[in-house]
Design a protein around this ligand. Structure first.
Ligand code: GTP
Ligand code: MG
Length: 196
């Protein structure tokens, strides 16, 4: 993917705030602190486009970004599963994401991020299993691969693939530190959107 321009468009809480569904869209979801905003920055080669934080639960709205002046939307979804986000915020999460999945006919891929060390947890599985009901293809990405040795990564990839019942090369390992997984993820996004 050639990235000529990328720009933050808007934050949204509900459908009234979404931009028009007039081009392909890819969204990024995962638990708080898993590295969604970091991955997005690495993908588009901008250091500070999406806000990265050591404090989990920072991204609490749906953030829309424009890629290449109208070519595609990239969407940073609020992180889930972080206990110290207030109860109200926590209960907002499910409906906010579910409504989003339901109301974006242009959404072509949902990149589901999980920490390579923790693997898929219950709320990840809920989302991964829900996606096909909305006609959306989940892309499984395991972040912070740099936290494991190369040998352990390989073992982990096989283990994870087995748990999901998919072939190991369907599992994308990602590291912002090592810039690992970036080309592979773009390739999958290009396949799903037909852009690139
Ligand atoms: N070692 C390592 N750290 C990472 C990687 N990606 C992200 N991090 C760190 O993980 C922390 C959280 O990153 P974010 O990108 O803000 O995570 P997020 O999923 O957007 O978090 P919320 O917006 O709170 O849901 C930050 O301290 C990042 O520097 C990675 O690939 N390797
Ligand atoms: Mg974030």
């Amino acid at each position: 993917m050639k990235i000529s321009q990328v720009e933050f468009l808007k934050s949204a809480e509900g459908p009234l705030d979404y931009p028009p569904a007039d081009r392909p869209e890819i969204a990024f979801a995962g638990r708080s602190n898993v590295g969604k905003s970091s991955l997005l920055n690495t993908l588009v080669e901008r250091k500070k486009l999406a806000r990265v934080s050591k404090q989990p639960g920072r991204t609490q709205l749906i953030n829309f970004f424009d890629l290449n002046n109208g070519e595609m939307y990239l969407v940073d979804l609020p992180g889930y599963g972080y206990a110290s986000v207030s109860k109200k915020k926590k209960s907002d999460w499910g409906p906010m994401i579910e409504t989003y999945l339901d109301r974006r006919p242009n959404l072509m891929g949902l990149v589901c991020l999980m920490d390579i060390r923790r693997g898929a947890e219950e709320d990840d599985m809920q989302l991964i299993e829900a996606a096909p009901h909305f006609g959306i293809q989940p892309i499984l990405v395991f972040t912070k691969a740099d936290k494991l040795s190369k040998q352990k990564r390989g073992n982990r990839r096989r283990e994870i693939a087995e748990n999901f019942g998919v072939s190991p090369d369907e599992i994308i390992l990602f590291s912002t530190k090592e810039r690992l997984g970036k080309r592979e993820l773009w390739r999958r996004i290009e396949q799903l959107t037909g852009i690139g």
